[in-house]
Design a protein around this ligand. Structure first.
Ligand code: CA
Length: 349
């Protein structure tokens, strides 16, 4: 195992770190029991993680804490600053009106936690995607009033994808506010999850990446970035593998988009890969492994690839030392661990 640099000439900023208020965990437990919504992915993931196993209990303790154990874990891992976001599926499992009012309360609570440790945390605003007018309003309130640095949504909401234009005022607001939106994973929706569930592949092991990568690509081919050319979306987990697909996506989508084969597919102004290179930032959350990080620096750009741990879902302190072995020099490591995050999330020294 490679030890991390004990005294690096940069700060380490972890950019996709999960947080959950106590009230939300209680509501999750209620949904697990009552199955009012009955989403199979939610039942699988939170049925386990809100349970009584040692792993679940430790996870629940860590994900709710903002004052003690989390800061100690950050210190032990060498993380100076965490970018906090409401964990998946956030408020998106609830009906849109409930979700909108919960988002306000949870964003307030997050902002209070950040205010207790302003040199250690910044945060992202949650919102209720199926209530787009209130979502745009809450994003604006989160950024302007609470000092949050962007928005976060956990991919599909009860099976709905945001490439449908009726939801685009959320993205319009993000572009106008000049803040990124983190497209964070969630378990596949009811009509997609069956083939994953039987072998336990529905969540972070693989299902998250399939579902979230799909959502990102839907946004691209729907023409979202032709409408909002300055919009910036963030993808974790080394881009949910999309950077690996750039060449084939361009070739195939280039043909499909002019074929008139699908009524809702039209040519874009630019190649699909152009949007993935200029309208997306990428983080290493859950992938403490140099080859894909180096690959994204190569095919997307070193100024768009940054560090994240995905605490506490994948609390793996050793990955910091591993990633510091990347052959990119101190300036490259500073860019990866610090500079890109400071720029995107406006974290000033
Ligand atoms: Ca995460």
């Amino acid at each position: 195992m490679n030890q991390k640099n004990p005294n690096p000439p940069y700060k380490r900023i972890a950019t996709e770190e999960a947080w959950a208020p106590e009230e939300m965990i209680k509501l999750y437990r209620k949904e697990i029991q009552e199955k009012t919504i009955g989403d199979p992915g939610f039942q699988s993931l939170w049925g386990f993680f809100s349970g009584d196993s040692e792993k679940a209990k430790a996870h629940n303790r860590r994900i709710q804490d903002l004052d003690g154990e989390r800061l100690r874990d950050m210190d032990d891992s060498g993380i100076d600053i965490a970018v906090l976001g409401l964990t998946s599926p956030g408020v998106q499992i609830f009906d849109p009106a409930t979700a909108s009012s919960l988002a306000i309360r949870f964003n307030d609570e997050l902002a209070e936690g950040i205010a207790r440790h302003p040199d250690r945390y910044v945060g992202l605003a949650a919102f209720s995607p199926l209530d787009p007018a209130n979502a745009a309003k809450e994003l604006e309130r989160g950024v302007k009033k609470l000092g949050l640095r962007g928005g976060i949504f956990n991919s599909h909401t009860l099976g709905t994808y945001l490439d449908d234009e009726q939801y685009w005022e959320i993205f319009e607001a993000a572009e106008a506010l000049d803040v990124p939106i983190y497209l964070h994973p969630q378990t596949p929706p009811a009509n997609m999850i069956d083939p994953f569930l039987k072998r336990g592949l529905d969540a972070a092991v693989y299902g998250f990446a399939c579902e979230t990568g799909l959502h990102a690509l839907r946004l691209v081919v729907a023409g979202l970035f032709d409408r909002f050319p300055n919009l910036q979306i963030m993808l974790g987990h080394c881009g949910e593998a999309l950077p690996y697909w750039l060449s084939r996506i361009d070739f195939m989508h280039g043909h499909i988009s002019v074929s008139k084969r699908y009524p809702h597919v039209h040519p874009l102004k630019r190649k699909a890969s152009d949007y993935l290179k200029e309208n997306f930032y990428y983080t290493s959350s859950g992938v403490g492994w140099a080859p894909p990080v180096m690959f994204i620096r190569d095919v997307i750009g070193a100024d768009r690839m940054m560090y994240a741990m995905d605490y506490p879902w994948q609390f793996q302190p050793s990955e910091v030392g591993e990633l510091e072995q990347m052959p990119i020099g101190e300036a490259g490591l500073k860019q990866f661990f610090e500079d890109n995050a400071r720029k995107v999330f406006k974290i000033h020294e």
